[in-house]
Ligand binder design. Structure first.
Ligand code: PMP
Length: 434
């Protein structure tokens, strides 16, 4: 049993010693002390079904024994920097990762986070093309350092950043967007931005296949192929941010972009799906940029390194995660359980007017709550209320979207049909009492 400080003590320390900008879910924040696969446990041993752990990139489950063993064994043997010497853990994971990517995407740069991966990807695109302009999507989240905060396009997450050379295109949002699901119509806006907002040549385009922080928004069908071809014509590189949608999460495919039939020039990832919602490292800080040998060459023009990105312990964990995804057929599980969960959530939508939209793919699903179907008025307070009630029942879901009215369901990929049923039954029970 847990014998550490209580939630109240931790909260008071946190208030005194930690960043005042840190936020947490729930009026009475949860003190999680143990994790086991799809479950989290609080200090009283109470169990919670974790339907949101995927964002920390817990792809194969909290404390998966194979991943824990890999981390412990590598830690006992050696933990060091990624640079200076040879080490098999780093090379082995780079090879395994490259083998999961299509085309000529073969060269891996490791980082410590998704932000770093996207910063690097944008820098590479700028170096390779000799251009500065980058197009990203409104409602996107790509990180919180200078360049990535510029590419991020939600005022909620932006400080006083100089958005040098970044243009934000109309979001191909099938639910709220003006063109509904007609992807090619939205793509025209990217063409306009290039024609009227740049010299005609650009460095690149960055997008998620399914926006995570933005509220689980699947880019409208047809959008990515049309935009990728526009970008290529303008000399730019296409960057796919797979921090959330990668690593088997969408079920039908290993990478989110594959659902759209495109092959990017640069892919970024983190959290293996390595770790989080979509993490590479199952909760170990690990990010990566993967590109072609020709594009990677630009980084030989100067010295470039990342001291800890892809260190032996993190890459040993990453390799273990990839093996677990394969051994336990987690991609297939994401497809089967995700389809079941989406079906049940869709049925719930027919029952409750409060649900305006159910969307997503595999185990990356969103439920948007509105008080008026026509006006799509965000049901922000209702979302908060339901989230609190679900916690009381023992179910943890995420929340997102610009208006904070979308439930994000991105559980560890070991989530079962029974878990999905419990989650939906808990929602049904809670909404039935409102
Ligand atoms: N890209 C996407 C799509 C993300 O969701 C996030 C964070 N959730 C990031 C980039 C930034 O990753 P990190 O917080 O690891 O820097």
């Amino acid at each position: 049993p847990y014998t550490g400080p209580s939630a109240v003590d931790i909260l008071s320390k946190r208030k005194e010693y930690l960043s005042p900008s840190m936020f947490y879910f729930y009026q009475k924040p949860l003190n999680v002390v143990d994790g086991r696969m799809q479950y989290l446990f609080d200090e009283n041993g109470r169990r919670y079904l974790d339907a949101f752990g995927g964002i920390a990139t817990v792809s194969c489950g909290h404390c998966h024994p194979d991943v824990v063993d890999a981390i412990v064994n590598q830690t006992k043997r050696l933990q060091h920097s990624t640079i200076l010497y040879l080490n098999n853990a780093i090379a082995d994971f780079a090879e395994a990762l490259a083998n999961k990517l299509p085309g000529n995407l073969k060269v891996v740069f490791f980082t410590n986070s998704g932000t770093e991966a996207n910063e690097l990807a944008m820098m590479i695109a700028r170096l390779y093309t000799g251009c500065h302009d980058i197009i990203s999507l409104r409602n996107a989240y790509h990180g919180n350092a200078a360049g990535t905060m510029g590419a991020t396009a939600q005022s909620n997450w932006k400080f006083n950043v100089i958005q040098s050379g970044v243009h934000h295109a109309i979001n191909p949002d099938p639910y709220r967007g003006v063109f509904g699901s007609e992807g090619e119509k939205y793509a025209k806006d990217v063409q306009d931005l290039i024609q009227f907002g740049t010299s005609g040549n650009i460095a690149g385009f960055i997008s998620e296949a399914i926006q995570g922080v933005g509220g689980i928004i699947e880019l409208a069908p047809g959008y990515m192929p049309a935009v990728y071809s526009t970008i290529k014509k303008a000399g730019g590189l296409c960057i796919a941010d797979e921090v959330q949608a990668g690593f088997a999460r969408t079920g039908s495919h290993f990478w989110g972009f594959e659902n759209h039939g495109v092959v990017p020039d640069i892919v970024t990832m983190a959290k293996v799906n390595l770790l989080t919602v979509m993490g590479i490292g199952n909760g170990i800080p690990l990010g990566a940029v993967v590109t072609t040998p020709e594009i990677a060459e630009v980084l030989t023009r100067r010295s470039y390194f990342n001291t800890f990105g892809g260190n032996p312990v993190c890459t040993a964990a990453g390799l273990a995660v990839l093996k677990v995804i394969e051994k336990e057929k987690l991609q297939e599980n994401a497809h089967v359980v995700g389809s079941h969960l989406k079906e049940r959530l869709t049925a719930l939508k027919d029952k409750y007017d409060l649900i305006g939209d159910v969307r997503g793919r595999g185990l990356m699903l969103g439920v948007e709550l509105v008080t008026d179907h026509k006006l799509k008025t965000p049901a922000k307070l209702e979302t908060l209320h339901i989230m609190e009630q679900l916690k009381e029942i023992g179910v943890l879901v995420g929340k997102g979207g610009f208006y904070g009215n979308v439930f994000r369901m991105t559980p560890p990929l070991c989530f079962t049909k029974e878990d999905a049923d419990f989650l939906v039954d808990a929602m049904d029970y809670t909404m039935g009492k409102m």
